[in-house]
Design a protein around this ligand. Structure first.
Ligand SMILES: [Zn+2]
Length: 338
């Protein structure tokens, strides 16, 4: 798992001034599950839905894809303007990225094109963005979603500054809709471009874990029905946390989440002006420092400690290592707060 992580998105403004999400729709007509509905019916319903938006608005087909869900990503945009002209755009998303991020990038880039067009005097009444990513349509329509920030801000800007209403409409993929096929091809072209290095987002990390686990399960020939019970069993067996005394478990849990009372963690959140060790003043007051380096804690650190890397102390099932780590954290905090 790559370690260069993108920071978790946080709302950039209080809820009362938050941008209004775009209009979203997952509905194209009375269809059942994709595999139960005839593709021709789905195609007809999708085309009818697209036609219902009228000829005055810009219609944008967006698509994103990544290689096997975790590798090189690309996005594609095919825009039909009311005057009959078209715009095509594609680009790479990143070396390690998931399809969701690619789909989101397609929508974000598309909104930028529309803003630019409008600023050049296009006088569009509205734009309809068509995507085959249901999760993205849902996220964009939910004002509590945090991982769609820029797209929602751009849609809000389009509405409030340029007077253009954005609608995001889900359409099924691979049913032979011309614009959708072009966006799909463009996304594939984007995938083959030189890829930028970008930090891993939460969605990317989830996708890498999901695909990695699926690969392991498949290799072990574990069926879908067996997976959840086996996962729960494995978790129970491995994670000693719930068997530790509560005060130890709390320390280990905080250390794992990097939410301890140590200054390195507090400084990261802006709650402390300094991260220097309160006991020795020499280095950053981090978990690693407390457990393995700080000389002011040498008297409580067992000889030969640590015998394993930090992550293994916090995550392994070694009871002695975990309780010792918890004791050291507690001792350190007692001394630091004296
Ligand atoms: Zn120290």
């Amino acid at each position: 798992m790559p370690t260069d992580r993108a920071p978790l998105p946080v709302p950039s403004c209080p809820p009362e001034t938050a941008p209004a999400p775009p209009v979203t729709s997952l509905y194209i007509g009375p269809i059942g599950r994709k595999d139960e509905t005839c593709p021709l019916t789905m195609r007809a319903l999708a085309l009818e839905t697209i036609a219902s938006f009228g000829r005055q608005c810009a219609i944008a087909y967006t698509d994103g894809s990544s290689t096997r869900g975790t590798g090189n990503g690309g996005y594609g945009i095919y825009l039909l303007w009311p005057d009959g002209s078209t715009t095509r755009k594609c680009g790479p998303v990143g070396e390690r990225t998931c399809s969701y991020e690619c789909e989101l990038t397609a929508v974000t880039e598309c909104l930028k094109i529309v803003i630019e067009k409008q600023q050049q005097g296009a006088a569009l009444p509205s734009v309809v963005i068509l995507t085959d990513c249901r999760a993205l349509v849902q996220a964009l329509g939910d004002s509590r979603s945090e991982n769609v920030g820029e797209a929602v801000q751009l849609a809000d800007h389009l509405l409030k500054t340029e007077g253009v209403q954005t609608t995001v409409q889900w359409i099924p993929s691979h049913i032979g809709i011309f614009g959708n096929e072009i966006a799909d091809e463009l996304a594939n072209e984007g995938r083959r471009m030189p890829q930028p290095r970008k930090p891993l987002t939460l969605a990317d990390a989830r996708s890498i874990l999901r695909h990695g686990t699926a690969k392991l399960w498949n290799a072990a020939q574990v069926t879908d029905d067996e997976r959840i019970p086996r996962f729960q069993e494995a978790r129970k067996a491995r994670d000693l946390l719930q068997n530790l005394p509560r005060s130890d478990a709390v320390q280990i849990f905080r250390a794992r989440a990097k939410h301890t009372l140590l200054l390195a963690d507090r400084a990261r959140h802006g709650w402390s002006a300094t991260a220097a060790c309160r006991l020795c003043g020499e280095q950053e007051e981090s978990i690693a420092h407390v457990l393995t380096e700080c000389r002011e804690l040498a008297d409580v650190r067992p000889g030969g400690w640590p015998t394993v890397p930090l992550n293994e102390i916090l995550w392994c099932g070694n009871r002695v290592a975990m309780t010792t780590a918890a004791t050291m954290m507690r001792k350190f905090l007692q001394r630091a707060m004296r």
